[in-house]
Design a binder for this molecule. Structure first.
Ligand code: GLU
Length: 376
């Protein structure tokens, strides 16, 4: 039987595929160190677990408001000046939030400008919405504002901004975001801001969310997540901050796709917002230390730009490619020879690189770099 043309052009998630692959190799007895999937290597905080268990014990196991628990929406709204619960939608991770955003704003043929390298799901989500991703190169991992300006045409519907960036860890300065904001106003475009890593900015660098630019809030959809910030990846709780009409449209879709996000997981998320932030700040400091350690090791092997946020390095491995080999071949060879899993740059739209997640236990990081050095 024929499948839809829409689904035939969609590729599986190139990051998520590492979860079963690594598991399979481990079951085969291989000693695998996964620096592939981006996930904090720490426990979900105790207050979140306790609130989730309380919610289960309290039979908070039924449907809830499709837009999200009212108290969770209200608590999130308080974190964004000028925002009310009507501007917040709760989704199954920021992945589904982004899916809903593109569904809400794209008509067939609409173009969304995506700076590359970029996270693996943007292109497929845009295509699923009938849109066309228009990839624009970055310059040393920062936005190339001229290239973005040149890519804008009458079909352009939105510009996607992902800061801190996955896979490069780049954090965009306020002045660049202001220029993007002016472009969006001038050409009447939406701005989609994937801010899943907003908490993970290092060296006390000041972080600007597009939400800080008040005059574009009427065209801005911010997506954020509890996954990384609170080590709650499996809870699948993410959210959007967007104009009320856009939020209502995304929630309308959500009501047909999944209904509410798991009710007791939302109670866990509510507790996360209330928890003492000391633990989270300590965890971020630990990640900064690992960033430094990983950067020292990796930049001794490959050219690499120092990431300012998120938890990835994106080194240029092109000098180590065999003739005709792509980053996919390199990553497969490294995995086969050393048991170290990294994600090929081509999966993020930039060959000649690999993504290395440094959010891993320190001894695993060191062992992985020793193995890599051995094979290089
Ligand atoms: N976003 C994380 C990553 O890039 C998790 C996997 C995914 O959702 O793509 O590794």
């Amino acid at each position: 039987m024929r499948l839809s043309k829409r689904i035939e052009v969609i590729e599986g998630s190139k990051t998520a595929r590492f979860i079963p692959l690594v598991e399979k190799l481990r079951q085969e007895g291989r000693s695998v160190i996964s620096l592939a999937i981006g996930e904090p290597p720490v426990d979900t905080p105790e207050p979140v677990i306790a609130a989730t268990i309380d919610a289960l014990n309290g039979q908070k196991t039924r449907y809830s408001d499709m837009a999200g628990l009212p108290q969770l929406r209200a608590a999130l709204a308080r974190e964004f000046p000028g925002c009310g619960p009507e501007n917040i939608g709760i989704f199954n991770g920021s992945k589904q939030a982004l899916y809903a955003a593109f569904q809400a704003i794209c008509d067939p043929g609409d173009e969304v400008i995506v700076p590359v390298p970029c996270w693996v799901s943007f292109s497929e989500q845009i295509k699923l919405a009938g849109g066309r991703p228009v990839f624009v190169p970055t310059a040393d991992h920062q936005l190339d504002l001229d290239a973005i300006q040149r890519a804008i045409n009458t079909k352009t519907r939105a510009i996607l901004v992902n800061s801190p960036n996955n896979p490069t860890g780049a954090v965009y300065p306020r002045q660049d975001l202001e220029k993007i904001a002016r472009m969006a106003q001038k050409h009447d475009l939406f701005l989609v801001a994937d801010e899943a890593y907003h908490f993970f900015v290092y060296d006390e660098l000041s972080y600007t969310s597009l939400y800080a630019l008040a005059d574009v809030r009427d065209r801005l959809i911010v997506t954020r997540s509890f996954s990384k910030h609170y080590a709650m990846t499996g809870f699948r709780v993410g959210y959007t901050v967007a104009p009320a009409a856009v939020t209502a449209a995304m929630v309308r879709l959500h009501g047909h796709v999944t209904g509410n996000v798991c009710t007791f997981a939302q109670h866990g998320a509510l507790a996360a917002l209330d928890m003492d932030t000391d633990l989270l700040i300590r965890r971020r400091a630990d990640l900064q230390r690992k960033r430094d350690l990983a950067f020292d090791q990796v930049s001794a092997m490959f050219p690499c730009i120092r990431p300012q946020g998120a938890f990835y390095l994106f080194p240029d491995i092109s000098d180590h490619l065999h003739r005709g080999e792509t980053s996919g071949g390199f990553a497969a060879r490294i995995l086969e020879k050393t048991g170290v899993a990294v994600v090929p740059g081509e999966d993020f739209g930039l060959d000649g690189h690999v993504r290395i997640c440094f959010a891993a236990p320190e001894e695993q990081l060191m062992e992985a770099f020793n193995r890599l050095r051995g094979v290089l």
